[in-house]
Design a protein around this ligand. Structure first.
Ligand code: ADP
Ligand code: MG
Length: 413
């Protein structure tokens, strides 16, 4: 049992994070100053152009200055939104169409790297300004400008390196130390994390729940698993527009979103034409599985083929298949884009047969299972499809490609 006095003290300390809130509003005011500065510069530029005094170099320098102001403003919003979300309180932007992609996995490490890269961007604009205006820049200033820029690049690279593999390792070490290797927020009996918690606004924690500062978020283990899964991009089920596909089984998807199919060792097959969101859903389900405490590995069919044939060439295919058992969920994306030769088809058969009733697979394909003989050849396909589909949810997506109608927001890319 925790001592109530220390708990209260801890709560009181933790509550002081709200003292930071006004600081972020101060930064909003600073952002206002930059907006003013931007329009002042722009107005001067327009006047110069109209009066015919603007040389090409002048225009370029003035535009660079505008870019500079915008980049600093971007940096500010990153600090304001990211810092507030990380150190003060969740904003709950989940599902907002303009939610910056990085905000869904923001933590102090991500923030540091974002800031460092933003600073590199700003310093390169400054350097460019110096070179454009080289006749009015001293050699001394040029040299130091370049050296300082290099220092920014170096520190950004170091930060990025540290926040990647090292942070993941730290998180993993942390996961291994916690009782029975479970993350702290897992349910002790089911081993599952209460779903959708990370995005919900922070509830008032009961007095027995340990209060952790945001930096050592209880989601750190899930986050480490998500990072280790090798998703090409981060996609969430919450961001999937269920209205877009013409034909689509919402109930099945909602059920799969609970990630219970992983513990039940069932498979998921997502079938549909290109651009209908198969990869999106596969990643979204993978993220849910990570949040539910499962290790996940994502790769395309071609990448799995390469991995397995390397293992076979080294005479350790069985060992590789057994090692993959540590991942209760493997995702095989894009089955069908390229047909496989008989040897590779055989490797897939081994993978599917090995995991049959032992561990889960999510497979995405642009062609229905009935046409998999076109991919794997008539010899392997039927037996493989039989094992894959026996305990599987088949989700069919129908409709037009989302890519062709996607409206991008400035933040999305
Ligand atoms: P597929 O794997 O079926 O070819 P993707 O999953 O790669 O398609 O989808 C292409 C792009 O469109 C991705 O950026 C994905 O996030 C987006 N997308 C597709 N369908 C939807 C949807 N229904 N709602 C939101 N985004 C979608
Ligand atoms: Mg895809």
């Amino acid at each position: 049992m925790r001592n109530p006095t220390t708990t209260t003290l801890g709560y009181a300390l933790f509550a002081t994070r709200w003292l930071q809130a006004p600081l972020y509003f101060g930064l909003v005011a600073a952002q206002g100053v930059y907006v003013y500065k931007f329009f002042k510069e722009l107005w001067t530029l327009i006047l110069m152009c109209l009066s015919g005094h603007a040389t090409e170099t002048y225009v370029m320098l003035a535009v660079l200055k505008l870019v500079d102001v915008v980049m600093i403003a971007n940096l500010l919003i990153m600090v304001i939104v990211g810092g507030y979300e990380t150190f003060v309180s969740r904003i709950g932007l989940q599902g907002h169409r303009d939610q910056p992609e990085w905000l869904s996995h923001v933590n102090s490490n991500v923030l540091k790297v974002k800031l460092a890269t933003a600073i590199v961007g700003i310093s390169s604009v400054h350097l460019l300004q110096m070179f454009v205006d080289v006749h009015h820049t001293s050699r001394h200033a040029l040299l130091w400008g370049t050296v300082i820029h290099m220092a920014f690049i170096g520190s950004a690279a170091i930060l990025a390196y540290m926040s990647g593999p090292m942070a993941a390792q730290a998180d993993r070490g942390h996961a291994d130390r916690s009782p029975a290797g479970r993350s702290q927020d897992e349910h002790p009996h089911t081993g599952r994390v209460p779903a959708a918690q990370p995005e919900a606004p922070e509830p008032q924690a009961p007095a027995t729940t340990p209060v952790l500062p945001r930096q050592t978020s209880p989601d750190a283990d899930a986050e480490a698993r998500i990072r280790a899964a090798g998703f090409p991009v981060r996609k969430l089920l919450e961001d999937f527009d269920e209205q877009h596909p013409r034909g689509f089984d919402r109930e099945t998807l909602a059920r799969l979103g609970k990630a219970e199919f992983v513990a039940a060792r069932r498979n998921v097959v997502l079938v549909g034409p290109p651009g209908t969101g198969k990869t999106h859903l596969a990643i979204g389900l993978g993220v849910r599985a990570c949040q539910a405490g499962h290790r996940v590995l994502f790769a395309t069919a071609a990448e799995w083929a390469a991995r397995l044939s390397d293992a076979r060439a080294a005479g350790r295919l069985d060992a590789e298949l057994a090692a993959l058992d540590e991942h209760p969920l493997l995702i095989v994306d894009e089955v069908g884009y390229t047909p496989f030769d008989a040897a590779t088809a055989g490797l897939f058969f081994r993978l599917v047969a090995h995991r049959y009733e032992r561990a889960s697979l999510i497979v995405t394909s642009d062609r229905p299972l009935g046409r998999w003989d076109e991919v794997f050849g008539g010899a392997s396909a039927p037996a493989m499809v039989d094992r894959l589909a026996h305990h599987a949810e088949i989700v069919r997506l129908e409709g037009d490609s989302y890519r062709t109608r996607r409206a991008t927001s400035a933040w999305a890319d």
